[in-house]
Design a binder for this molecule. Structure first.
Ligand code: SF4
Length: 193
């Protein structure tokens, strides 16, 4: 089920969990984005595990900070264990952590959440349970502004993140000298609906 279909479903009224969460929101920049992710998760959308990929203590801290006093429904139960780690995950996490805006503690949690979603197989905004690519651009600009500013040509965000890692390692993954003549152009740019 796509998020568009889910939003039009009578049982997935956006005034439901999303509204309940936002009624408890602490007024921080990431409140709305996290509420969207959690709402999608209750519908079985996205690729994030329970706890959004955070360790149990971190997820509880995130909930307390962003939605103080909110009682979690069972479907959002806190995971028993931290997500498995590997080199790819660690490199992505480090890249994001190094570019946190430094305005709010929750940027660190957002770095973990985005990293976890990057392990999914769909568009990043969908794997995050966000409602559109616009949400993801907002997330990136809000939490990792210096990194987001490097995406001057609106490359798809997951492609962009992995390209940053390759360039950091001095690895050339592109088969063409420039994007304009590249056969993979559509994979890196263009719509993500
Ligand atoms: S469009 Fe081609 S050249 Fe440009 S970043 Fe993607 S793979 Fe590399």
């Amino acid at each position: 089920m796509s998020i568009a279909r889910a939003m039009s479903s009578p049982v997935a009224d956006r005034t439901g969990l999303y509204g309940l969460l936002m009624a408890r929101a602490g007024g921080l920049p990431n409140d709305d984005l996290i509420a969207r992710m959690l709402f999608s998760q209750t519908l079985g959308l996205g690729a994030l595990p329970p706890g959004l990929g955070l360790a149990p203590a971190a997820f509880l801290a995130l909930m307390a900070r962003h939605f103080p006093g909110f009682t979690l429904p069972a479907v959002l139960a806190v995971p028993a264990e931290e997500a498995a780690r590997n080199d790819e995950r660690d490199e992505l996490l480090t890249l994001l952590q190094e570019h946190c805006a430094g305005a709010d503690d929750s940027e660190r949690w957002m770095a973990e959440i985005v990293t976890t979603a990057c392990m999914g197989g769909d568009h990043l905004w969908q794997d995050l349970g966000l409602w559109s690519r616009v949400d993801l651009s907002r997330l990136m600009t809000q939490n990792f502004p210096a990194l987001a500013a490097k995406n001057t040509r609106d490359m798809k965000w997951k492609k962009f993140l992995y390209k940053q890692l390759c360039e950091g390692e001095g690895v050339v993954v592109c088969r063409s000298p420039s994007c304009e003549v590249c056969v993979d152009y559509a994979k890196c740019f263009g719509p993500e609906d």
